[in-house]
Design a protein around this ligand. Structure first.
Ligand code: GLY
Length: 589
């Protein structure tokens, strides 16, 4: 026992000094300390060996979790093994990602959860951030009335009131089986004892050092020169998670954590108060359910634009023989681009938080409306975006993260959660060790002025106290002939909706195996700027030349999306596919 205590003391010292160490040096020691703790779960089942093996394609008989990090997927699976359902697993994965994937996993941000129960009923949970009470329409304008992008994108004023913790408590209380605290526990362990950094995460942290220094007056747990396999320990975050474990809502929105958040705000010119935190509530909302051929698409309603735009895109392409035209053929790319151009123009004009602005949801998702919008579609020629405005009815590095889960009973959960851009506002709450979002940039700071993702907006998405900023997050569950068929979602800012859309039609229309549907290169158009963005080889040179002759402008860019998908076969088998664009990994039973 004495030896164990000495070891614990030594490890504490090492961690306190925040000295990066190699995973191999430390793994056995950490294991030894962890098993000494009362009631600690067996770490071996939730800590795959480093370097992590990522399962990009995995078949399961009973259950599946696909997320952006192998440790988070393992945490989700562990909860399912212990008798938790898909909602419990989702809650545990949300907390785990807050530790192991700080670029987008979060407790300082928000997100959306779409649930389809095994009996076919469904619901969605909105735990999106809200504008603080002191927010106002012109808060990001200078004296001349020009929008100052820096203010809504970085630092304390960019932060919306976080919703993730309230969301997880609500989800568990309404639809979970296991006690809430048991879902937080694996993350306390990961934060306290550390985990090994992947090459990708180490590089990304190194790339953020200047920003962490610029927006924090203290040394954050992310400061350092990191290399693959270094153990990162987040002691303050472990304490916050412990307070959430002990006190639930009050562990985050009250007491010491709330004091630390408010102090952090005051120190950097932020406006979130104790009252903002205390008032935060997650909201259950009716999903957007649209029919496409033999499929029902269950997705997120406002304040996300995801469900509506996805439905519009499907309605607009439905009359055309896209499966005959083939995957990424000139005709398909042209049609889809024209549909995207029109749907994103509608997004800019008509979509915002429906608690504050009357979003004409029913009209936008009608099939007849789609027919009218496509009436001027020319199969031979691109329409200029300047010639398209919103139909008359009566943006990040694009970080965000998605996870898809199906449990043994057949319940399905699709969650997309975010800090907005990578590492959010870059502000880490002093003494609490977690990053705060920069979600305020998803509002329209000024009509027509593009946000981080190049998205424009107007009245519908103007800033108001307690309003939720418009999102593109599109966690989606799809039924085929009324049976569970696919769970899908992705990060990617404005490209989220088009990536979910393409993944679905890649399978449903082009007949691609799920692996190719997820891993193949994608393309994206969002009305403005008037360009088709393509991943490297999404379109051949020949096709590109043809599309350019038709009037399209095409630009290569980096990754589009990081899709996590599960396909459910008629015999009940599950195929989990994690994107190759990151460290993403599937874990299954
Ligand atoms: N912050 C990205 C989104 O919600 O669309």
């Amino acid at each position: 026992m004495k030896n164990k205590l000495t070891l614990l003391f030594a490890l504490t010292l090492i961690f306190a000094c925040n000295v990066p160490r190699q995973a191999t040096d430390i793994k056995e020691e950490v294991k030894e300390v962890i098993v000494e703790e009362t009631n600690a779960p067996d770490v071996s089942s939730t800590s795959p060996d480093f370097p992590f093996t990522t399962n990009k394609v995995l078949m399961g008989e009973k259950a599946m979790v696909v997320s952006a990090h192998p440790l988070a997927s393992e945490v989700g699976l562990e909860i399912l093994r212990k008798g938790g359902n898909a909602v419990d697993a989702a809650v545990a994965v949300q907390f785990a990602l807050a530790v192991v994937y700080p670029a987008a996993g979060n407790i300082g941000g928000g997100g959306f959860m779409v649930i389809r129960h095994a009996d076919g009923t469904n619901t969605t949970l909105d735990y999106r951030e809200k504008a603080p009470l002191a927010a106002h329409r012109d808060m990001y304008l200078d004296k001349k009335g020009d929008a100052v992008a820096e203010l809504s994108r970085r630092g304390h004023l960019a932060v919306g009131v976080p919703g993730a913790v309230a969301g997880m408590i609500q989800a568990n209380a309404q639809h979970g089986l296991l006690p809430f605290a048991s879902l937080v526990k694996p993350s306390i362990r990961l934060a306290k004892h550390g985990f090994a950094l992947t090459e990708r995460e180490a590089k990304r942290l190194n790339g953020q050092q200047e920003e962490f220094t610029k927006y924090n007056s203290h040394t954050t747990p992310y400061h350092g020169t990191w290399k693959t396999g270094d153990i990162i320990v987040q002691a303050d975050l472990a304490d916050v998670l412990q307070r959430i474990y002990d006190n639930g809502f009050d562990g985050f929105y009250g007491g010491k954590t709330a004091d630390l958040i408010v102090a952090e705000m005051k120190s950097g010119g932020g406006i979130i108060t104790h009252e903002d935190l205390k008032k935060y509530k997650a909201v259950w909302r009716e999903p957007i359910v649209s029919e496409y051929k033999e499929y029902n698409i269950i997705s997120m309603p406002p304040p996300s634009s995801g469900g509506i735009v996805l439905s519009q895109l499907l309605n607009m392409i439905e009359p055309y023989p896209v499966s005959e035209w083939g995957f990424q053929s000139t005709k398909s790319v042209h049609l889809i681009t024209e549909a995207e151009r029109r749907a994103y123009a509608d997004r800019a004009e008509h979509m915002g938080d429906s608690d504050f602005y009357e979003v004409p949801v029913n009209q936008l998702i009608e099939k007849e409306y789609a027919t009218k919008r496509m009436a001027n579609f020319d199969p031979k020629k691109a329409t200029l975006s300047s010639a398209i405005s919103a139909g008359k009815v009566l943006e990040e590095s694009e970080e965000t993260t998605h996870f898809s889960i199906v449990d043994v009973q057949g319940n399905a959960v699709s969650v997309t959660t975010t800090l907005n851009s990578g590492y959010g506002s870059k502000v880490v709450v002093k003494g609490a060790g977690f990053l705060l979002n920069n979600e305020m940039d998803d509002f329209s700071a000024k009509p027509g002025v593009p946000n981080l993702f190049g998205l424009v907006g107007g009245e519908a998405n103007a800033i108001e106290p307690e309003k939720r900023m418009l999102s593109s997050m599109t966690p989606t569950i799809i039924e085929k002939n009324n049976e569970l068929y696919m769970v899908v979602g992705t990060p990617g800012g404005s490209t989220i909706i088009t990536s979910v859309f393409q993944t679905f039609i890649n399978v449903a229309e082009y007949g691609l195996p799920l692996k190719d549907a997820v891993h193949n290169p994608r393309f994206h158009h969002q009305w403005l700027p008037d360009k088709i963005f393509i991943e490297n080889d999404a379109i051949s040179q020949e096709e590109r030349a043809t599309l350019e002759k038709m009037g399209h402008q095409i630009e290569k860019r980096g990754y589009i999306g990081r899709v996590e998908a599960i396909l459910i076969y008629p015999d009940g088998k599950l195929e989990g596919v994690a994107d190759i664009r990151g460290d993403d990994s599937a874990a299954g039973l």
